[in-house]
Design a protein around this ligand. Structure first.
Ligand code: FAD
Ligand code: DLZ
Length: 511
């Protein structure tokens, strides 16, 4: 063929992708590959697999409609070797390209593989930077160089200055960088979040869903509630609906949890962002425009923009700065297997079962559920980081390692020993009770720390603090719980620790 073989992976579905820059429609070929290895290296939720394959098929069709030559390898192609390496090798044999052009992938495992292709295939392989982020990896490295602590808040301020988002000259809009103090409200009974828009699966998506049901029906998760945008057009509808209907109250209820309200005022835009159907810059600009037009308050808009301009860019920079070692960190020496109820949603704890149940039904849980419910439980129980990483990577439709790993190892379970957070996000039942209404209807008593009806988060919390008391002693941010621990009656502590051990033994993983 003489031209270039240009690769587009399942989370690179952006027309402006660097691998497509300079494409010559007469000579070049774009390759998309549906492969079993990517669907099963962890048992991805069926909705996640369906989302990615459906979005890939729609993207291929859009490129073809623009006159671009596309080869789309389908999962049920009998010749499919079912790995990226195998499919790139097969395409190279078929087309003899002069070179292969790829965009930097979102996972260390895939980058390692790509870096071996030039030698293995005898064809030059160019891996271009992924320009869809607001902070390049070199810029992040420069920001991180020589800093003792890599705190998100300082990175975020730099990003505000660099992009000019929510800035009034050199000053942050509204006179402060962060309005989180206003963003910790419970959801009142008379506030009902509007339902997100529906995206009925078209024939392409329905065909993919049938394929996924047949091949991956044994994976955790239901396909029935599938409602993810699979095209840029649908993602733009989702973005507009969020801006109009939910952004104004995003800040107020950002940390809230409520029975029967799976999505609250959250945007549900992470899948579209992570697949490349939307770009972070356009999403932040749209939110800023809502504030400047007086349609959304600053606490909501700043809180939302911080998640994308701050957290999302920061975790990506951190992932590539710290990999591959980051994945193996286990600062708290956690060794336990994942309790079986992460797969059944039957722990008896209402907050856990709500988070896990909606994860099964929607491949979605919002941030506080991921961090302060399932993540907090794994932290307190001392679940091994590999098991936590695998669960989060598998069960959420938006999970790709560059964003999932720092959030689990760094934020949720403190496996990185404080690279991301200056103290573990450990909490007892009181936090969950303050932020939501699960506890009032739970069979466990959130006010009790011992006895058969005690909330497991309470005794697990104190077992955790006691287990790590020596390790946490030098950390001034842990002074308060450690001082309470020291004043605690030994018999009470012993009872709580005994109950923690019993509870975890009762919920050992399925063999
Ligand atoms: P919103 O609450 O509406 O937030 C807006 C956007 O901000 C999101 O779409 C997302 O792109 C971005 N964002 C918000 N918080 C974060 C964050 N901490 N890190 C990076 N981006 C953020 N997010 C993923 O995209 N993929 C993951 O695999 C993932 N795993 C997580 C695991 C744990 C343990 C925790 C605590 C968080 C994880 N997050 C992950 C971050 C966050 O929970 C999700 O981005 C968010 O819940 C997605 O829902 P939303 O689009 O409605 O978000
Ligand atoms: C997650 C995923 C799945 C389930 N399937 C595919 C696929 O068949 N083809 C593909 O190109 N990408 C898939 N992906 C996304 C990849 O795993 C992702 O591109 C890499 O992990 C790099 O982020």
């Amino acid at each position: 063929m003489g031209g270039a073989l240009r690769l587009v992976l399942g989370d690179q579905l952006s027309p402006g992708l660097s691998a497509l820059e300079g494409l010559d429609p007469a000579r070049d070929l774009v390759l998309l590959m549906e492969v079993q290895e990517e669907c099963t290296h962890v048992p991805h939720h069926p909705q996640k697999i369906a989302l990615i394959l459906a979005a890939m098929r729609h993207f291929s069709a859009e490129l073809s409609a623009r006159g671009i030559r596309v080869e789309h390898i389908r999962l049920d192609d009998p010749e499919n070797t079912h790995s990226f390496a195998g499919e790139v090798a097969r395409a190279t044999r078929r087309h003899s390209p002069a070179r292969i052009i790829a965009t930097h992938p979102g996972e260390w495992r895939v980058l390692q593989a790509m870096q071996g292709w030039e030698v293995a295939l005898g064809v030059p392989v160019e891996i271009r930077p992924d320009g869809r982020f607001l902070c390049g990896l070199d810029d992040f490295q420069r920001w991180a160089a020589g800093r003792k602590a890599l705190r998100m808040e300082f990175f975020y301020r730099e990003m505000r200055r660099a992009t000019g988002l929510l800035m009034e000259g050199a000053e942050p809009a509204g006179g402060a960088w962060n309005f989180d103090a206003e963003n910790r409200k419970r959801l009142p009974d008379d506030v009902h979040p509007p339902a997100p828009p529906r995206f009925a699966p078209d024939a392409v998506t329905q065909e993919v869903m049938a394929l996924v049901a047949a091949r991956f029906g044994d994976h955790f998760g239901s396909l029935e509630g599938f409602n993810w945008p699979v095209t840029r057009e649908q993602a733009v509808v989702a973005l507009a609906a969020f801006m109009r209907q939910r952004l104004p109250r995003f800040g107020d209820y950002q940390d809230a949890m409520a029975e029967g309200e799976a999505t609250l005022f959250h945007s549900l835009l992470s899948t579209s962002l992570n697949l490349g159907l939307l770009l972070p810059g356009e999403v932040c600009a749209a939110a800023e425009a809502e504030w400047r037009a007086g349609r959304a308050p600053l606490n909501a808009v700043e809180g939302f923009i911080r998640q994308i301009l701050g957290w999302r860019e920061y975790v990506r920079g951190l992932y590539w700065l710290k990999m591959p070692g980051y994945r193996d960190l286990n600062a708290l020496e956690a060794q336990r297997a994942l309790p079986e109820f992460y797969w059944t949603g039957q722990s008896g704890m209402r907050c856990m079962d709500a988070a896990i149940g909606q994860t099964r039904d929607l491949a979605y849980a919002h941030h506080i559920q991921r961090l302060m419910v399932t993540g907090n439980f794994a932290l307190l129980a001392g679940v091994h980081p590999d098991a936590v990483n695998e669960w989060y990577l598998a069960v959420y439709a938006d999970a790709f390692e560059w964003v999932e790993l720092p959030n689990t190892h760094g934020m949720a379970i403190h496996a990185d020993g404080g690279v991301m957070a200056s103290k573990p996000y450990a909490a007892s039942g009181a936090y969950i009770n303050r932020m939501g209404d699960h506890c009032g209807r739970c069979r466990f008593d959130v006010k009790a720390a011992t006895g058969p009806s005690a909330c497991p988060f309470n005794y697990l919390y104190w077992d955790f603090i006691a287990r790590h008391a020596e390790r946490f002693a030098p950390n001034p941010r842990m002074a308060m719980p450690l001082s309470t621990l020291r004043r605690m009656a030994p018999a009470k502590l012993q009872a709580m620790r005994g109950q923690a051990a019993d509870f975890l033994d009762r919920h050992a993983p399925l063999p």
